[in-house]
Design a protein around this ligand. Structure first.
Ligand code: UDP
Ligand code: MG
Length: 310
């Protein structure tokens, strides 16, 4: 019988862990699906790890990896997928915002031969207007770059072993799971789900961290910002030629050139475009810098297997 591994990244989810482990295992058992649950404790500051150990003792199918510090969700998902042994692996959030019942649906689709089952958000859940606007812009850029509609994409997916192996073989340090799992290809289908309310704990995303996430993923997926900057430069060049000819004609026809304001304005516009371009180039250089350092994506401090061996 094939095994389904459920990878769950957890950061300060002590309040949710017990419930999540129970709900997921009950649903899978009820549907006669052989499973393992891999919790990845992403350097939580609360009792998440203790809760994982308790859950693992109560049910040996629950396993845990503990990072040495917080490495971020992407690293945690990656670690979970590397650790998982299943014939297919699902990734879901620890806060039950991804309904566990959908796992059964995903598993059935996998049985039918689909290698990637993407959870797409039927509704986006509660978000502020500004959050929605930023999310929309971000996904528009990413969708253009990947040629995949990402507007309703989520991290809730099920991947076949072959896809997992392709994903964990990717050499880049900064793995953007949501887009890369589509990028690797394979036979894909979609399941809609409604984003649930978070039951306990708080969302780890602040505006600042979301902004950083967006910049990071845009720069790792597309060079569109560079192209925009080049476009601006070309536009300004054409404009300056026309303006230059116009000024020269004016000069030679004996009219005096006035326009201190124009000069200041032009200087400011050109100056700020130059600065922005440098910033954009800077983002890409920092990306290269991060990648060439080749630091590990995460560091494991301990796993629940360690306890069994001792
Ligand atoms: N998470 C993580 N590391 C982090 C931040 C979040 O492993 O640094 C996990 C978190 O425990 C949860 C999932 O990623 O299981 C989604 O996080 P959250 O619910 O805060 O995000 P939201 O649902 O608000 O997008
Ligand atoms: Mg959440």
């Amino acid at each position: 019988m094939s095994i389904l591994s459920v990878v769950i990244p957890a950061y300060n989810e002590g309040a949710m862990l017990h419930k999540t482990a129970n709900v997921v295992s009950t649903i899978l058992e009820e549907n006669n699906i052989d499973y393992e649950i891999v919790f990845v404790n992403d350097g939580s500051k609360d009792n998440t790890w203790e809760e994982i150990e308790i859950a693992s003792k109560a049910n040996p199918k629950v396993k845990g990896i503990c990072f040495s510090r917080n490495f971020g969700k992407e690293g945690a998902v990656f670690a979970g997928l590397e650790f998982a042994h299943g014939d297919c692996c699902a990734v879901m959030d620890c806060d039950l915002q991804h309904p566990p019942e959908t796992l059964v649906e995903m598993y059935k689709l996998w049985k039918q031969g689909f290698q990637v089952v993407e959870g797409v958000k039927a509704t986006r859940g509660k978000e502020s207007a500004i959050h929605k606007l930023f999310a929309k812009t971000f996904y528009k850029i990413i969708s253009d770059a990947t040629k995949i509609d990402m507007s309703r994409a989520s991290d809730f997916k099920l991947l076949d072993r072959q896809v997992v192996d392709a994903f964990i073989a990717l050499p880049e340090r900064q793995v953007f799971f949501r887009a890369l799992s589509s990028w690797v290809g394979f036979k894909t289908t979609y399941v809609e789900f409604d984003v649930q309310e978070r039951e306990a704990g708080v969302s780890k995303w602040s505006f600042k961290s979301l902004f950083k996430y967006a910049i990071n993923n845009i720069t790792s997926f597309t060079v569109a910002p560079m192209q925009i900057v080049t476009g601006c430069g070309m536009f300004l060049f054409v404009f300056s030629i026309i303006f230059g000819i116009f000024s020269l004609v004016k000069y030679f026809s004996g009219k005096s050139l006035e326009g201190f304001t124009t000069v200041i304005l032009l200087l400011l516009i050109i100056g700020s475009i130059l600065m922005m371009s440098l910033g954009v180039i800077g983002f890409y250089i920092s990306k290269i810098y991060e990648e060439v350092k080749m630091r590990p994506r995460y560091i494991v401090a301990k796993t629940t297997d360690d306890n069994n061996e001792k």
